[in-house]
Design a protein around this ligand. Structure first.
Ligand SMILES: Cc1ncc(COP(=O)(O)O)c(C=O)c1O
Length: 391
């Protein structure tokens, strides 16, 4: 007996009252530790969903748990109209860890909000309204972020979205060259497309995009919501490319799993005009304390290096299986995708039955996004389960 209501009971209550927007799996997760999760019936899973990228530090990370507990007893909310000890410390620590030059930070609550803020900032700083985004790009689901997101089934029910957005093929410099004009405020890029199928950009594309933006006065916004905080084997995916963007959007694992987002702006633009943006919860002391603990833990435990080594181990062994249903294994660090020759959905359920939780990335890519603290023995179990279901 577990101390939780049964899976069946939990599913019944949620199904009666949930909004309905999420395609759900028939499992109720109630507890986690590191890369392990347990359901309401006491069954254990290896987690390769990783909170959809929010759990890089592992579930119930002790450093994050302690920081949240301590700060919760002292002060939970404090809007940015006041100064605050946790926020001040975090801003300094985050800026020290960001690519050099990113010196101005707006704190918000999610990835979509970071993108909204980035788009507003680009309009403000350039006086232009156009934006160039990419085919298969994913940037969130609020109206501005959705205007940059590509997937037609997410966009079409909500048209008309923001004017002035174009979507160009990803990783094709000619297309970018043709799309960026004197009315372009921003080019918005993921350095590895996550939701769009785990597709890393080539170094020449990223360097070319930065040059074209610089020459034409458009800002380069890099969306590191999924790739940031060690996921790709460096603290930021930007580091693989030697890139300092004009604006960087961060969220997901920033605060060890608590909701938080960030928009980091290059220092050459100076401070934004007062009143031009804002958020009640943004930069609250509880999330800042959690984010400080998360960043310290990431750096002290060298999680980016661990992600590089474990990611290489995982991808190499998956390739070595030479599975007939798999077209390609690709990715960066512990963001690994297996492109299948068929639809991925049934295999996600088959993996769950074998105690492994994984994600899709588009219709035919199996995406593995485990906490970076995952152990090698757990990776071996994931590899074995994938070998069984995709044979
Ligand atoms: C690259 C990227 N940008 C933005 C978002 C939106 O983040 P959120 O769900 O926190 O709004 C996501 C979410 O998956 C993402 O992967």
């Amino acid at each position: 007996m577990t101390p939780y209501p049964s899976t069946e009971a939990l599913i019944a209550v949620e199904s009666a009252h949930t909004s309905g927007v999420y395609p759900k799996r028939p499992v109720a997760i109630v507890r986690g530790a590191g890369a392990r999760l347990w359901d309401a019936d006491g069954r254990e899973y290896i987690d390769c969903v990783g909170g959809q990228g929010a759990a890089n530090l592992g579930h119930a990370n002790p450093a994050v748990v302690a920081a949240i507990g301590e700060q919760a007893g002292r002060l939970i909310s404090c809007p940015e109209i006041f100064y605050n000890d946790q926020r001040a410390a975090y801003l300094g620590e985050l800026v020290a860890a960001l690519p050099e030059g990113l010196e101005r930070v707006f704190l918000c609550n999610s990835g979509a909000e970071a993108i909204e803020g980035a788009l507003k900032t680009a309009r403000l700083l350039t006086g232009r309204t156009g934006a160039v985004a990419t085919v298969r790009g994913f940037h969130g689901r609020t109206m501005g972020a959705l205007s940059a997101t590509w997937e037609p089934k997410y966009r079409e029910p909500f048209a008309p979205l923001l004017e002035g957005f174009t979507h160009i093929p990803y990783d094709k410099l000619d297309a970018l060259d043709a799309a960026v004009s004197e009315s372009t405020a921003a080019v918005l890029l993921e350095l590895v497309q996550g939701e769009g199928g785990v597709r890393p950009a080539s170094p020449a594309y990223v360097a070319g995009a930065a040059r074209i933006c610089r020459e034409r006065g458009a800002l380069l916004i890099v969306d590191e919501v999924q790739t940031g905080f060690g996921r790709t084997g460096r603290l930021w995916a930007c580091e693989h490319y030697g890139l300092v963007p004009d604006i960087m959007a961060l969220a997901k694992s920033i605060a060890g799993g608590l909701p938080m987002g960030t928009l980091a702006i290059h220092g050459r633009f100076g401070a934004l005009p007062q009143g031009s943006h804002g958020s009640t919860f943004g930069g609250g002391p509880l999330v800042c304390a959690a984010a400080r603990a998360a960043l310290r833990y990431l750096l002290d435990s060298e999680l980016p290096r661990q992600a590089a080594e474990k990611g290489a181990y995982l991808a190499e062994r998956l390739r070595a299986l030479a599975l007939p249903r798999v077209r390609e294994v690709r990715g960066m660090g512990l963001l690994v995708g297996l492109e299948l020759k068929e639809r991925v959905q049934p295999f996600l359920l088959a993996l769950m039955e074998r105690g492994v939780l994984a994600l899709p990335a588009g219709p035919n890519v199996l995406r593995l996004l485990p906490p970076l603290v995952i152990e090698y023995e757990q990776l071996d179990r994931v590899i074995a389960a994938i070998g069984e279901v995709l044979c």
